[in-house]
Design a binder for this molecule. Sequence first.
Ligand code: URA
Length: 209
Amino acid sequence: MKGVTVVSHPLVQHKLTIMRKKETSTASFRRLLREISLLLGYEVTRELELTTTTIETPLQTMEAPTLEGKKLVFASVLRAGNGLLEGLLDLVPAARVAHVGLYRDHDTLEAVEYFFKAPSDLGDRLVIVVDPMLATANSAIAAIDKLKERGATNMRFLCLLAAPEGLERFTAAHPDVPVFTASIDEKLNEKGYIVPGLGDAGDRMYGTK
Ligand code: URA
């Protein structure tokens, strides 16, 4: 699908398989999500622009590559987005963070906003929106609508699993936002869960139910 990258790296796929297993503990699930976020983060930041800076090694002066000035924002769709956010911040500690609080109305499956906080200069930054599950895409679409309303123009969306139905809706609503995912699963079930999926990502991360 256009604008969609499936990160097929063996380490990602192996860790994802363990996360999917119903017997995987909360502690293991959280650790694996953090590890996978580092690998996905490597992929989603692959095209960041570099410039050079003059440095001195112990032996001589050199022009060395460094990230260009254009700064990053990681936008976490609460609450499960935080599982991806932590690893990404290890990779790019200077990044700014936006939080978009959305919950899924269990009857309508619509996204309802309860919190929004973001840096004011979103238009000057690359905004990487993170949410582990792209299911109906209602939350992802609503989060990106809101970030665009606040000035964001250069965005990417990073998730762990995507449903084909969600991907289709997402790319129709925001064709300018490339998607990175570890897997495109089979389908959504009648309750809006990704199948075969891994269950409720937030519940599995935090041990709630
Ligand atoms: N959100 C989840 O956490 N899991 C799904 O399968 C769908 C949405």
